[in-house]
Design a protein around this ligand. Sequence first.
Ligand code: SF4
Ligand code: SF4
Ligand code: SF4
Length: 411
Amino acid sequence: MLIVDHKHCTGCGSCIEACPQLAVVKIRDKYKFIYPSFDSELCSSCGRCAEVCPIDKPLEPRTPDFAAVYYAAKARQKGELVDSHSGGIFPLLAKSVISGGGVAYGCAFDENRHPRHIRAASLHELEPLRGVKPVQSDTDGVYASVKDDAESGKTVLFSGTPCQCDGLRGYLGRDYENLLVVDVLCGGVTSEGVFNRYVNWLEHKLGGKISDIRFENKRAFGHSRSMRVIYRRKKFRYLLSFPSELDMLCSMSSGGYINRRSCGSCKYASPVRVGDISLGRFENIRRAHPNFPYDNGVSLVIVSSNKGMEFFSRIAGQIYLEPSDFDRASANRLLTSPTPQSKNRGALLTDIYRSGFAKAAEGYGRLGFLTSAAVFIKNVIPDKAVILFDRAARKVKSIVCGLFSNFNLGK
Ligand code: SF4
Ligand code: SF4
Ligand code: SF4
């Protein structure tokens, strides 16, 4: 039994969580993408799974009488901005919810680098939720937990891919005034299996153990797309930074080679949003908003409901903000079209699993070479050197600021 074709199923997990007979379980296909599996012996034909599944339902505006509002926005505080994705808006929203006694849900890697949705009730627990993850997370038990929190009266922020946000909405079946849904402009996700093979391949190339991998390094590349990998080789820790264009996983994903099948025809690549607030990268910011400070990233923020606007206004004092519009925002193509699926997707994924990531990367051609080059270019900076450089920069800054403040006092 299938309620939607595998081609369209997003693996949101809503049907798995909603089945009262526990007749739907999570399985993984040969490429380790998550799918539901239905046990017809346990099924009572209640129809709940089809009711919660969002796939065949039309995408409708959050609030029909609310016209979406677009902004270019970024955190004012540099530390907040540099360690977060794009303009650092998500952590500010989540912090404002948590500081008021609420909870935030989002994707994090656990200690085994397993991507899963977690619940953060403190600022410390919020840390792993920062940053983008190009891999599909497990939502096991999360929708029920969101429901419990929302019904207990807590303020809840749920963040995820639009398909996960829609899965949550289907599962809940109603809106809650105290639930803020934040979706991301999503270009597709790969599976945990592909991601782990990629990390192992990178570790092999680097000859060390990766302790942290982030899909953005603003300290080195500012607003440009970039990667940051921290790894240990023998006694030393190293930091490797390079542009995303040279990264094998990012290249394969943006070429539609390793994403989930549903991502190639994703209905959520649309100006009609599932979230009360949608967050993405503001592309072409220098042309769209020439006077906006673009260094270290700028977010595209789309507010699609009164509730979203109310939550967004809570962080207004902490951000730079400039009203925008659909025309300028749509430079981010994920607002209008999904990442097309490559016709070689199956072949490349099969290669990754049969012959290993190294072999697949080799076959992938030019980009494979460039990635290797990026790794071996002496862009490898020992971590200690970065820390020393940071300290020196702060020292120089404090001297310069001191000079200016003395000067001011003198006047
Ligand atoms: S029809 Fe009802 S019992 Fe059967 S799989 Fe769906 S939710 Fe479960
Ligand atoms: S509810 Fe989600 S996981 Fe279940 S069939 Fe629909 S899209 Fe797939
Ligand atoms: S591209 Fe669409 S289907 Fe794929 S993860 Fe993103 S929202 Fe879900």
